[in-house]
Design a protein around this ligand. Structure first.
Ligand SMILES: [Fe+2]
Length: 377
């Protein structure tokens, strides 16, 4: 093969940790992300859709502009941040978590602690999301340093008006290294998993689909999910289950009068199963805390919120079993890209105010809608 068409990038699948069986995650070696050849780009794209989460080490010097460029490889027509301007809403549950880089507004800063200057932002205080602010029942103060929870399993998506981003990238700029924590499910199963403090955890939506019974797979292929309009404001009064996998149903969601105006044609009704654009595999992709209704194959709408959530929880819970959870052990300079349409992810852990942590996150509202199960034979 002529040299010009080969890539120097090597793809090394990451072996699952002890006792784990997840099949996602790969490290990509020898990439110069500031100067990619067409064959490098093809290698990276293939690796993302084969492995769902890809990690490049030692990328501390990557500029926000280069991060934006690499993230756009998966959707060159996308230009604006995945949540658009919706983060401006002070009542959104996402509002405290993200700060926009002024000169590259598709890139957000997330983390923990006080930062006097970073990429044009001055005197910012970052807050690592803590399950205490989102879960109904929380770990006690005494348990909180050694234990943690999944904060919120999710897909990065506005789920109103805008299309779910194809990919999200995360650059670990500053990482306080401390001890591992025990992540507890606290759902009566006794399930728990050891994670590095502040790990981002991923599960494969494809595995989440694969472990379903044939009957449930068919139901998932045939059913659509209607998301609440302005979902992150809508859910702001409600509280999460202890697994971070959706909300407890207590009637605490905001009603229409408390939300910004709703335009019916911007409400998102998406398939339950999303197709991998390269491998063709199906992923069970549901944002569990934003679901409002289910649309069944015969057109019946399930609109009892507790029933909707119970159905979704029963389908998704097997896919977050401890052995299926891939926890990233962040080191400074790690640059990760994940297939946002093929994984669910969550923040974990908690940090003290003096434990300063800085990450850069980038994604764009997609130029194309989600591909459902029916689009291919
Ligand atoms: Fe996220």
């Amino acid at each position: 093969m002529p040299h010009a068409t080969t890539s120097n990038i090597t793809v090394r699948p990451l072996p699952p940790g002890p006792g784990s069986t997840y099949t996602i995650g790969a490290e990509l070696l020898n990439a110069n992300l500031e100067s990619l050849t067409p064959s490098d780009e093809a290698t990276i794209k293939r690796a993302l859709y084969d492995h769902q989460v890809i990690i490049f080490k030692n990328q501390s010097t990557l500029t926000p502009a280069a991060q934006y460029s690499v993230t756009r490889l998966f959707d060159p027509a996308a230009t604006s941040y995945g949540h658009g301007k919706t983060l401006d809403a002070k009542r959104s549950v996402l509002h405290p978590d993200l700060k926009t880089i002024p000169h590259q507004p598709q890139v957000q800063v997330i983390g923990n602690g006080f930062v006097d200057e970073f990429e044009g932002l001055r005197d910012i205080t970052l807050k690592h999301p803590h399950h205490r602010t989102f879960h109904r029942d929380v770990l006690s103060d005494e348990d909180d340093r050694e234990n943690t929870r999944f904060y919120r399993w999710h897909i990065d998506a506005a789920l109103y008006d805008l299309e779910p981003p194809m990919a999200t990238s995360l650059l670990a700029v500053k990482v306080p290294k401390t001890e591992y924590q025990t992540l507890r499910y606290d759902d009566g199963t006794g399930d728990q998993v050891r994670v590095p403090r502040g790990s981002t955890v991923f599960v494969s939506g494809e595995t989440m689909y694969d472990v379903l019974s044939e009957e449930d797979k068919k139901f998932a292929r045939d059913t659509k999910v209607q998301y609440a309009p302005h979902p992150y404001i809508w859910m702001s009064g409600a509280r999460s289950r202890s697994t971070g996998l959706g909300m407890v149903s207590e009637g605490l969601e905001l009603d229409a009068a408390q939300l910004p105006p709703v335009e019916e044609d911007k409400i998102k009704i998406l398939p339950m199963c999303w197709r991998n654009p390269v491998t063709g595999r199906l992923a069970l992709q549901i944002h569990p805390s934003a679901v409002q209704k289910l649309v069944l194959k015969d057109g019946t709408v399930v609109d009892d919120l507790k029933e909707v959530r119970d159905i979704v929880y029963r389908l998704q819970r097997p896919g977050i079993a401890p052995e299926l959870v891939f926890p990233v052990d962040w080191e400074e300079g790690d640059f990760a890209i994940f297939n946002n349409r093929g994984v669910l992810h969550s923040v974990t852990g908690s940090f003290l105010p003096e434990e300063v942590r800085i990450f850069r996150q980038c994604n764009m509202a997609a130029s194309q809608p989600v591909e459902g199960p029916e689009e291919s034979a």
